[in-house]
Design a protein around this ligand. Sequence first.
Ligand code: TRP
Ligand code: ZN
Length: 471
Amino acid sequence: MARSVRLVPTLPAATLLAAALVLTACGGGVHGTPGGSGVRDPYFPKAGNGGYDVTHYGLRLAYDPDAHHLTGTATLTARAAKDLSAFNLDLLGMEVEKVTVGGETARWNRAGQELTVRPHDDIGRDETFRVTVRYSGAPETVTDPDGSQEGWLRTTDGVLALGEPTGSMAWFPGNHHPSDKAAYDLTVTVPQGLRAVSNGELRSETTARGRTTSTWHMARPMASYLATVAIGRFGISRSRAGNLPVYTAVDPAEAAASRAVLGRIPEVLRWAERRFGPYPFSSTGAIVDRAASVGYALETQTRPVFPGAPDITLLVHEFAHQWYGDSVTPKSWRDMWLNEGFATYAEWLWEEDHGGDSAQETFDALYSGEYFDTEEAGEEIWDFPPADPPSAARISDPPVYWRGAMVLQKVRQAVGDDRFFSMLRGWAAEYRYGNADTADFTAYVEQRAPGADVEGVWDEWLYGEEKPGRS
Ligand code: TRP
Ligand code: ZN
């Protein structure tokens, strides 16, 4: 600094005192307004909340599978984006027992998934505040617009928490939208004999008076849909992939069928690091469970969940999501193809790099329809453009996966292999631990490949309603 400026003007003491009195009279001098009940997601308008950013979730949970009873205390550390007189959290079902803000009891009310908190004093813009919610009850199952089940799902021996796109609001209050990522510390207490497995690193596990408490730490920002807890009788295995700790939890009924594929985690990571760049987190692993109501795998951060023993392709898919989806997270649910198109493309690349079909061959088979068993399945991928699903029920539909991956193959054709592979790594590096949308992606490609003819790729493959012509 070349010069210093005195920012505090000299005022008579009486004036300062009068100003201080006025400030106290209106609660710290802040005239806040309520934060919004959503962040205008085009598909889930009530998801997330306006007016603040969560930086940390501290969750203390106790669950008894026999009684299906969950008790929780959620402590969120957040930063106000504006002056707030009230703000919302998303929580579906459960009974709220107490809410405090900055240690003081706060009033609250509930309407659907919206928990509106009215702190004793208004919160000033840029202020960091801490809100604690004590709650309990029987968590509800969330049925997605597409009919799949998520939330706090019961298994034969416990529970499996899955949150894409909105299930996490069934087991903890939060800012449940992918645009607000935060660090997590999670403590779970379960009956002795069961185990609770979550994201990140296991910090401690202790048993006392018939109950086991596990503490998990996720240091890197995580979207709430990627948080998980699996409770059950798991076979646990700890190993290393290079220096990276690997922690797997496998339902005994799936152990034999899982062993060989999970043994390939180090190999998949080595390959993925070569293709996508450094692995973004400080541990890895997998959860293989059995839940009758779950027919899908999920890329839960550091420790993907599989509903039964995965094959190598599915393992590659969920591991690729750690870069594309978990580290680089969509800004809204419209940008799902940035998750699923990339993870599907990773499957093609794995095959290409292991003596199978090239990505171009896979692309060609999809284009011609040969790839699928039925003509109907082959047609489905042209139902809508990957960057613009027609409704919330279709954000995980075939065009998002297959045509999303085809967009990447078209980019590869346009920019050439060298630039394409450096873009795969560069995209993961540029938006590491953050959020991105489709416009960020197209801008990124255009900037890294000036002069490449990608306009048509965007118009026809990414945004075009019709099946693009052969070119
Ligand atoms: N994102 C998961 C994957 O592809 C799939 C998934 C998770 C899903 N939740 C869903 C698909 C709900 C349909 C509906 O790895
Ligand atoms: Zn996926």
